[in-house]
Design a protein around this ligand. Structure first.
Ligand code: NAD
Ligand code: MG
Length: 388
């Protein structure tokens, strides 16, 4: 039996992970499940999977969690220290699917126990890629990508030499507004931005898909995970979301990963790696699909892509600053404080203010990352107050 833990089990990736493990329950011994404020869902999952412990990220939810688990013998805990404590409990496979920079500390703790970390939480690679990779190496842990594009690249690279890689192309659906005239974007509402044409995901990543901030994070994630130079990484709009990424080799060949837009594909690959097992995803009928289309992303419409280039060129703590400013700007849009196109303007403001601070040269530790993250959030607040 494999011992497993799922961080962010109540979210979209967490639920898809549970959907897969529930199909062969005798193969898995669930140690910990973690969530946020959806206590009834967390408790129900913990009971169904007979988890050892359930953790809510929020202290004020602990009493409700204790009540919901009363009489089951399942432990209940709360807060960041509890998340790090369960990350330290022995597990063979740990899913990192908290949304945002909050996933970093538990992910690092998990790597310190030398486990296999299935990484959906792209924000931790963006904010502290070097720290994550060094920690994995120091403790003999393995990080497996779960983001669909990165799982696709990972799969296209099996058996290949990195020296032969000429370029990596990750695809983007273009999100909710891909066919909107650019002038209309300033009036985009939260409800409109929260509906994805192809993927069913958490709200934050769905809005980030509409602004292409998600793709910006993923360009940086590609650079960090695969150690590929920024000028070899591209994003292309592919409205059908069937090709997830392509790797180009120096003989001119392009290896593409093609599959339905279903995250169980990438989660299942990380769960079964290095084997491939049967997965309950749709099989594509190419003749019925007929055509796959591609177009170049427009950086005027999507300034996030240009900002990602700055982050990759700067290095160091630039990723932490970019991600934190983006998270705060996204909060601002969700709360109705700023408009859709102002998110990129706020992030750019923060970057302009902080880019002279020697970010690229700074050492990356959990403390320096947290400090840069907090500073960027404060700057983003200032930028939003000026606009508001
Ligand atoms: P979600 O919003 O559906 O779920 C997020 C989970 O994190 C929930 O369990 C929530 O309770 C928990 N959480 C929220 N705030 C927290 C905090 N401060 N501390 C601890 N836990 C907290 O998000 P999702 O769509 O499942 O995405 C999760 C991660 O996976 C993100 O990093 C996202 O970018 C990445 N990802 C998601 C998809 C997808 O299809 N949903 C695809 C690729 C990558
Ligand atoms: Mg993705």
């Amino acid at each position: 039996m494999r011992k497993i833990t799922i961080f962010g089990s109540t979210g979209s990736i967490g639920c898809n992970t549970i959907d897969l493990i529930k199909r062969t329950p005798d193969d898995f011994d669930v140690i910990a499940l973690t969530g946020g404020r959806n206590i009834s869902k967390l408790a129900e999952q913990a009971k169904n999977l007979r988890a050892e412990i359930a953790v809510t990220a929020f202290d004020d939810c602990l009493d409700d969690l204790r009540d919901a688990l009363g009489g089951t013998g399942i432990e209940a805990a709360a807060g960041e220290s509890a998340l790090c404590e369960v990350a330290d409990r022995h597990a063979h496979w740990i899913m990192s699917s908290i949304v945002g920079a909050a996933g970093l500390a538990p992910g690092l703790k998990a790597l310190e126990q030398g486990t296999t970390l299935a990484l959906a939480n792209k924000e931790s690679l963006v904010t502290a890629g070097a720290l994550l990779k060094d920690t994995a190496e120091a403790h003999g842990a393995k990080i497996l990508p779960v983001d669909s594009e990165h799982s696709a690249v990972f799969q296209a690279l099996v058996g290949e030499e990195m020296e032969a890689v000429e370029r990596v192309i990750i695809t983007a659906s273009g999100g909710a507004f891909r066919d909107w005239p650019i002038e209309r974007l300033k009036d985009a509402t939260l409800a409109e931005a929260s509906s994805h044409p192809n993927w069913d995901m958490g709200q934050r990543i769905t809005v980030d898909s509409a602004s292409l901030f998600n793709k910006a994070l993923e360009l940086i994630e590609t650079h960090e995970y695969f150690d590929i130079a920024p000028d070899k990484i591209e994003a292309v709009i592919h409205p059908e979301s069937l090709i997830h990424a392509l790797v180009g080799f120096h003989d001119g060949a392009l290896m593409a990963h093609v599959g339905p837009p279903d995250m169980r594909h990438a989660i299942g690959y990380a769960l079964n790696w290095p084997a491939r097992e049967h997965l309950p995803v749709d099989r594509l009928d190419l003749a019925e699909i007929g055509a796959l289309t591609f177009r170049k992303p427009d950086e005027e419409r999507y300034p996030a892509l240009r900002l990602a280039r700055w982050v990759m060129d700067e290095g160091g703590l630039a990723g932490a600053v970019f991600n934190a400013a983006k998270e705060r700007a996204l909060d601002g849009f969700i709360d109705g404080r700023i408009g859709f196109v102002e998110m990129a303007a706020v992030v750019e403001d923060v970057i302009e203010k902080m880019s002279g601070d020697g970010l690229g040269l700074a050492a990356i530790t959990l403390d320096t990352v947290k400090e840069a993250d907090q500073m960027a959030r404060n700057r983003a607040e200032e930028a939003m107050s000026k606009r508001g």
